[in-house]
Design a protein around this ligand. Structure first.
Ligand code: SAH
Length: 242
């Protein structure tokens, strides 16, 4: 049993990481809260996903769904979505928000690990999204392996995380947490950042082919995000199953 009965324990989870999201969960849907960056990037990442796969009537899995910002957008685009997370408070917020959005028929939220779901429902999803989560997980290679089992043949995987280099440390840890106060201090652990080459290697090891890597940059003057070639800090990956 974990110290906090709200969290499901498992091998590939860091309880201290879950606690960060538990503590803030109530403010998940406040667009001016600590979750403002997720609200701001949501249209960009939805554009990236919907340009590369068909979401209408697709069976989608959203891994590390939190309060459901991406999950709801996927459902609004016509998908049937299962959202999974290991922290119970963000999931409660996500379920409550379905009363406001009216998307309850299209979304199922579950507190289960990626690895456990892979045993329960292999080759079940046309599209899998796992955004802004891998940098909080102790063993991202295990998560990627589970995702490779969950995706249907020919299915799509969308991942996003943070590159590991001096620039990403300066912008994501010092800049975002200490200078601009965009994120609570301690949100990100530099050692857990993942280089695109490392993530591509994990995907290739599971027979998944990387079809695109796109950077996401933030301009602190205009306070806008954009997609482009600069993958030094935040980046999105599209991969496909054979
Ligand atoms: N994917 C969402 C939320 C990102 S915040 C979005 O981009 O909008 C990161 C989420 O990952 C949190 O909800 C946290 O509880 C979850 N998380 C962290 N470690 C996890 C793990 N090992 N398994 C499942 N979820 C995890």
């Amino acid at each position: 049993m974990s110290a906090d009965p709200g969290n499901v324990s498992g091998d590939n989870v860091d309880q201290a990481e879950l606690e960060k999201f538990q503590a803030l969960a109530k403010r998940w849907w406040d667009p001016n809260s600590e979750f403002k960056p997720l609200h701001d990037i949501n249209p960009l990442r939805m554009g990236y996903i919907s340009e590369r796969c068909r979401l209408t009537d697709a069976t989608v899995l959203d891994v590390g769904c939190g309060g459901g910002i991406l999950t709801e957008a996927l459902a609004m685009a016509g998908a049937r979505v299962t959202g999974i997370d290991l922290a119970d408070k963000p999931l409660s917020v996500a379920r409550l928000h379905l009363h406001e959005s009216g998307l309850g028929e299209r979304i199922d939220y579950r507190q289960i690990s990626t690895e456990a779901l892979a045993e329960e429902a292999p080759a079940s999803y046309d599209v899998i999204t796992c955004l802004e989560m891998l940098e909080h997980v102790p063993d991202p290679a295990s998560t990627i392996h589970a995702l490779s089992l969950l995706v249907k043949p020919g299915g799509h995987l969308f991942l996003s995380t943070i590159n590991r280099n001096p620039k990403s440390w300066l912008l994501m840890v010092v800049g975002a947490e200490y200078v601009l106060n965009m994120l609570p201090r301690g949100t990100h652990d530099y050692a857990k950042f993942i280089r695109p080459s490392e993530l591509s290697g994990m995907l290739r090891n599971n027979a998944l082919s990387v079809t695109n890597i796109t950077g996401m940059t933030y301009n602190p003057i205009s306070q806008r995000y954009r997609l482009g070639n600069d993958i030094d800090v935040n980046y999105l990956v599209h991969a496909q199953a054979p």
